[in-house]
Design a protein around this ligand. Structure first.
Ligand code: DC
Length: 208
């Protein structure tokens, strides 16, 4: 495989399967993977601890993303709230773009990768699924970790976050014009991955 940069942007709403698809793609093609939601979650966690969102974004380091469990429902909401602030988003751009250009290929998943962070990405996927199916997946994930949540709460949370993420004025969640849509509502993980591989294989240079 050549070491040239090759960027794959995977966007979509919460629990659509972005994370699973991104990890599967990264492992299959031996690319590095960045879950950009973790950046916003790390900033959101700092605000829950009483710090300012912008200061937290400016001070963010890669190590912080590994510390503690960032994938809680409370931190998800805090992340979605700090993600509305244009200065917070601006403070996180360089880190994401540097990651995207690393040698050997990179997969970034989030909400605005194909539209704002990497508008020239080699492959763009927008992964969706119905709100009900996404909420059920997130409910099972959170319950497996022992979280005390109900299906109704998780569905309400997913809907609230979708609305905030899609309606904000800076870098709203939306498919890039040249993104391939992948609806995972009725797809198994294997079938969703097979579709993603198919799209990526058509764009990979023959020399890789
Ligand atoms: O992907 P996630 O659920 O971990 O993301 C948490 C929140 O972070 C999400 O509700 C909105 C925000 N986010 C964003 O605005 N832009 C991204 N590229 C990634 C996440």
């Amino acid at each position: 495989m050549s070491g040239a940069p090759f960027t794959i942007a995977i966007d979509g709403p919460a629990a659509a399967g972005k994370g699973t698809i991104s990890k599967g793609v990264a492992s299959h093609f031996e690319f590095a993977h960045l879950d950009t939601g973790l950046l916003y979650r790390a900033v959101g966690r700092r605000t829950l601890e009483g710090f300012g969102a912008l200061e937290a974004a400016q001070a963010l380091t890669a190590e912080v993303l590994e510390q503690g469990d960032l994938r809680t429902a409370e931190i998800a909401q805090a992340a979605s709230k700090v993600a509305v602030i244009p200065e917070v988003r601006a403070a996180l751009v360089d880190f994401q773009r540097a990651f995207a250009r690393r040698a050997g290929g990179a997969v970034l998943d989030g909400r605005d990768i194909g539209t704002v962070i990497c508008p020239n990405a080699d492959v763009k996927l927008f992964v969706t699924a119905s709100a009900e199916v996404r909420a059920e997946r997130r409910f099972l994930e959170l319950s497996a970790k022992g979280a005390d949540v109900t299906r109704d709460q998780v569905l309400a949370d997913v809907r609230e976050r979708d609305a905030r993420d899609a309606e904000r004025s800076t870098a709203p969640m939306k498919p890039a014009d040249d993104a391939v849509l992948l609806d995972t509502t009725d797809l198994s993980i294997e079938a969703a991955l097979a579709k993603a591989f198919e799209v990526i294989n058509t764009k990979l240079p023959a020399t890789r």
